[in-house]
Design a protein around this ligand. Structure first.
Ligand SMILES: [Zn+2]
Length: 245
């Protein structure tokens, strides 16, 4: 893991669904009542696995940095299978032998409501003759809110900067601006989401020593939050420029 912890960032996020969402998976509770259930936790609440969100953000930043001619690795390349450990993407999201700086906990829905949709459009007349259950798909309806937490181990690449935080915050903005999709069947209009970071806590090693485990809180839509965000993003931009060919 990390040999030295200078600071930790705790980010409370919400994901609100702008369309129906389907992220499938095995439910840990009773046998599924539908053929294509959404993934749920033990309380029966739908979840967005942290790994799904992380995967989406990782591939987004890979494309962005390639577009800026930053030399990042290809994790599917035999030479660096699993990541080169060194490029900015590996530094943030983990490589073969380097731990991920960013950890994302599952987003948990605030309500258990789901709907059953037909997996394909079925003609009303034909419907009777078809085994319709075959095409049923469970979805989380539009307007559902998921809540979760993101942790950043060492919010900067150096001792006192916030560039890793800046990377994440700008990435979330970019993801939203480009109509972020998550889960399956995006082609059918499923899976449009809005990701928001509502609160950031920065806890330094010194805070820990002082018994201040909450660190410094930054609430969204405050001057403090906006100042932190813009300086973090400019530190990230500067860092990335150092990597541009
Ligand atoms: Zn790499």
């Amino acid at each position: 893991m990390f040999e030295k912890l200078n600071s930790r960032g705790l980010l409370e996020y919400t994901i609100s669904t702008q369309s129906d969402l389907h992220i499938g998976g095995h439910t840990t509770i009773e046998p599924a009542e539908v053929d294509n259930p959404v993934i749920k936790n033990v309380q029966g609440l739908p979840i967005i696995p942290g790994s799904s969100l992380k995967g989406v953000l990782r591939s987004e930043i890979e494309r962005l940095l390639r577009g800026l001619n930053v030399d990042i690795c290809d994790i599917f390349d035999n030479k660096s299978r699993g990541g080169c450990n060194e490029c900015p993407v590996c530094q943030l999201f983990g490589g073969k032998d380097v731990a991920s700086s960013i950890r994302i906990k599952d987003g948990i829905a605030t309500k258990s409501k789901t709907l059953i949709r037909d997996g394909i459009a079925i003609n009303r007349k034909k419907r009777k003759t078809q085994d319709k259950s075959k095409f049923e798909i469970e979805v989380v309806p539009q307007g559902t809110i998921f809540k979760g937490m993101i942790t950043i181990e060492n919010v900067g690449f150096g001792e006192s900067d916030f560039s890793k935080l800046g990377a994440l915050l700008s990435l979330v903005d970019f993801f939203n601006a480009c109509n972020g999709n998550i889960g399956h069947a995006a082609s059918r209009g499923y899976g449009q989401v809005l990701v928001e970071i509502n609160k950031i806590n920065i806890i330094t090693a010194k805070n820990y020593l002082d018994g201040n485990y909450e660190g410094s809180p930054y609430e969204k839509e405050t001057v403090r939050y906006n100042e932190l965000k813009s300086s973090a993003i400019s530190e990230w931009t500067e860092y990335v420029q150092g990597w541009c060919k």
